[in-house]
Design a protein around this ligand. Structure first.
Ligand SMILES: NC(=O)c1ccc[n+]([C@@H]2O[C@H](COP(=O)([O-])OP(=O)(O)OC[C@H]3O[C@@H](n4cnc5c(N)ncnc54)[C@H](OP(=O)(O)O)[C@@H]3O)[C@@H](O)[C@H]2O)c1
Length: 289
């Protein structure tokens, strides 16, 4: 039987990036089902589970993409609700990685953890952490025992994101407003770990600021397009040691992310009924490094 990956997403066009990685992860066919609405989820699930028989179902899987982590989680919950109605045999495997946030955040946190050993009790500042990648990194670091602070240019936005995280994952992440050099300096001044998760080509943390704070032991920057988010970080830096600090760049995070994504797709077809969410994907990243 051919391994068929159904790529669902609320985007107008499916992510070419995710479609390519679907094939490279081992799917024989990747079906882009873009512009997916809530009402279509039930039909998507029925089409997946009623077509191939009990033992054949492991050859069909669903991958949830799209720009919005919260929408991705809604799709996942809707799919699981349909599975529940149908009973244990009538399910396929499903993974959620909206905007690549779960594979990217998992790869970033695995590299940070590998650099410092235990993360328990360390202060982590996530600069521009209100986007999908920043949120997922915050959740994973908080679950590892870090005291996490998310910055935003607007405190209300940071508060809202921290509230959503608390609701969904029951971890505490503190909101912090940082909109200029002075407030960014305040946000990183007591950090052990600084992660930059702003958009491409935007430098958020100048070297003249961070060099004043020897306490910061790890810099990680997911931005893979220069200028990078933290001045002095190179994209290819992979746990590079400089003056007692460890530097992790966006390209090195990206290269692990691709491996994690491949493994997620491969795993989907190993058995039916698997649910690969943020925490499961983090486990996969930990097993690869
Ligand atoms: N290395 C990899 O493998 C990999 C994979 C996927 C993504 N990425 C990269 O990860 C980064 C984060 O992605 P994302 O989608 O989560 O980010 P995003 O949503 O585009 O941006 C994150 C946050 O940045 C802030 N921001 C936006 N414009 C800004 C500006 N001009 N100046 C300062 N802050 C600004 C916003 O926060 P506020 O409005 O709250 O201030 C926004 O919520 C991107 O650079 C992306 O390219 C890397």
């Amino acid at each position: 039987m051919k391994k068929i990956l159904i790529y669902i997403s609320p985007e107008r066009y499916s992510s070419i990036f995710d479609l390519i990685l679907g094939y490279d992860g081992g799917a024989d066919v990747v079906v882009p089902y873009s512009d997916t609405s809530d009402e279509e989820i039930m039909d998507v699930v029925y089409s997946c589970v009623f077509t191939r028989g009990s033992s054949g179902r492991k050859n069909t899987a669903i991958f949830i993409g799209g720009p919005d982590v919260n929408k991705g989680e809604e799709f996942m919950n809707a799919i699981l609700a349909v599975f529940k109605e149908l009973g244990p045999d009538y399910r396929v495997s499903v993974a959620a990685d909206p905007h690549g946030a779960h594979t990217t955040s998992s790869s970033c946190v695995v590299k940070i953890k590998d650099s410092v050993g235990s993360l328990k009790g360390l202060n982590a500042t996530i600069l521009a952490g209100t986007g999908p990648v920043g949120q997922s990194i915050s959740i994973l670091l908080a679950k590892e025992g870090c005291k996490v602070r998310i910055t935003s240019r607007k405190i209300e936005k940071a508060r809202k994101v921290c509230g959503i995280i608390k609701n969904k994952y029951d971890v505490d992440v503190k909101p912090f407003e940082a909109r200029d050099d002075k407030s960014i300096e305040k946000a990183v001044s007591d950090a052990d770990i600084v992660v930059s998760t702003g958009p491409e080509k935007i430098m958020l943390l100048p070297k003249k600021i961070w060099s004043r704070y020897p306490r910061i032991k790890v810099f990680a920057d997911v931005n893979a397009v220069p200028p990078y988010g933290i001045e002095g970080v190179e994209g290819s830096d992979d746990r590079k040691k400089t003056d007692g600090r460890i530097i992790i760049g966006g390209l090195s995070i990206g290269s692990l992310k691709i491996k994690v994504h491949h493994r997620v797709v491969e795993k989907l077809f190993e058995e039916k009924g698997q649910v690969l969410d943020l925490e499961k994907i983090y486990g996969i990243a930990e097993s690869i490094k």
